[in-house]
Design a protein around this ligand. Structure first.
Ligand code: ASP
Ligand code: MG
Length: 417
């Protein structure tokens, strides 16, 4: 009998009615003969509420105690779902992260899973029960409660699937799969039946919010097939139909995937751009600027160093928008005294649009088509970054939607193409 892991997010668990629907869905899979492990998030809005509550008591909450508070939303969810299954006559048992044997490091609020001792869960599965596990949490070696970072239940789901050698991990959410781009921006966006793991990893890191990036990394490392599908459909649709719905994130070299040059377009307004004008064009300058920034744990994404003239150059990079002020402070205090830029310019009105596809590996000309498309819309490109399977451009933020739509069209990604 195959072990299947289902993961249900906050929206799927958002009300007693929805929890009852989750129970019906899980009961259906259980009846079909699968050993079922269900990983759940807190009811939607609950984790935000808990964190806000903590901040009312302590504006900068103690990280250990914040995790104690923030992890409780999931504990409510597991108990409620276990009850909903019992009401349907299905034997079920709930476990919090500690009980489920999820061991993490001690980095409160962003802990990483180190190992899972799945013996207890396995025993209950073998006894025929549905096992419900609280997502987003674990315990460290000393027994402290930890949480895995916002959206961390996806990672819990994948990690349980790895530990149990599950046949598949199904991530049920409020969208019915991974789309060629955000359908709110481009209504003609198409749902993908299959996407490669590498493409999904790029899309998740580039602003697609469907899966927490760490969950995709985890799935990639251990080759767990993942499927993203909707929890808001009729809970009684036949298991075999449901099992083939949504988007499969695959490790196989699927011949169907070969055909697509480009699989998806991601976009984000989450970064801002910092330029140091007129710094010395000498060996080590990038290190002198970005070394201190990295030392303060600020992620730098795109980097452009212009060609120097008269021994000086402009150096531009992007950081997460929320880190802009912190980055500027580092520049002012630690970089400017050394590099003496004529000016430090900051621009928060930028967007990054990225085109992803494993087909790019074997086809030249993708970047050119991007530049041509944006040029014909009169959109100026401020920065360009590439990897083997993606091209990212930074543009003025008011053009983001226009750029996405134009590129979606140019690469023939729409439904009827
Ligand atoms: N409840 C947690 C959060 O809101 C974890 C999750 O939903 O994945 O971030
Ligand atoms: Mg979530």
């Amino acid at each position: 009998m195959a072990i299947i892991v289902h993961k249900y997010g906050g929206t799927s668990m958002g009300s007693p009615e929805r929890i009852k629907n989750v129970a019906r869905r899980v009961a259906k899979w259980h009846r079909a003969g699968h050993q079922m492990v269900v990983v759940v998030s807190a009811m939607s809005g609950e984790t935000n509420r808990l964190i806000a509550l903590a901040k009312e008591i302590m504006p900068n909450p103690d990280p250990r105690e914040l995790d104690v508070v923030a992890s409780t939303g999931e504990q409510v969810s597991i108990g409620l779902l276990a009850m909903a299954l019992k009401v349907l006559g299905v034997e079920a048992v709930s476990f919090n992260g500690t009980q489920a044997g999820i061991l993490t490091d001690s980095a409160y609020t962003k802990a990483r899973i180190q190992s899972i001792d799945a013996d207890v869960v396995k025993r209950e599965l073998d006894a025929g029960k549905v096992v419900i596990v609280a997502g987003f949490q674990g315990r460290d070696a000393a027994g402290n409660v930890t949480t895995l970072g916002r959206g961390g239940s996806d990672t819990s789901g994948v990690a349980m699937a790895v530990a149990l050698k599950a046949a598949e991990c199904l991530i049920f959410t409020d969208v019915d799969g991974v789309y060629t781009t955000d359908p709110r921006i481009e209504p003609a966006a198409r749902r993908l039946d299959v996407i490669s793991f590498e493409e999904m990893l790029e899309l998740a890191s580039l602003g697609s919010k469907v899966l927490q990036i760490r969950s995709v990394e985890f799935a990639g490392k251990y080759h767990v097939p993942l499927r993203v599908l909707s929890s808001l459909t009729d809970p009684d649709i036949p298991v075999d139909v449901e099992a083939a719905s949504g988007t499969l994130i695959s490790f196989e070299e699927d011949p169907k995937m070969e055909k697509a040059l480009v699989s998806g377009i991601a976009c984000t307004r989450d970064e801002s751009k910092i330029t140091l004008v007129n710094v010395p064009d000498t060996p080590g300058i990038a290190y002198k600027i970005l070394g201190p920034v990295a030392a303060h744990n600020i992620d730098v994404d795109m980097i452009v160093q212009n060609v120097g003239a008269q021994g000086t150059t402009d150096f531009t990079f992007t950081v997460p928008k929320g880190e802009t002020e912190r980055a500027l402070k580092v520049i002012e205090e630690e970089v400017a005294p050394v590099c003496k830029p004529r000016e430090v310019a900051v621009d928060k009105a930028i967007a990054k649009v990225s085109i992803v596809g494993i087909g790019m590996r074997s086809h030249a000309g993708v970047a050119c088509r991007i530049f041509e498309t944006l040029a014909s819309e009169g959109i100026n490109i401020q920065m360009i970054g590439t990897s083997e399977i993606k091209v990212s451009v930074v543009v003025e933020d008011k053009y983001m939607e226009l750029a996405v739509r134009a590129l979606h069209q140019a690469f023939g990604l729409a439904q009827d193409d």
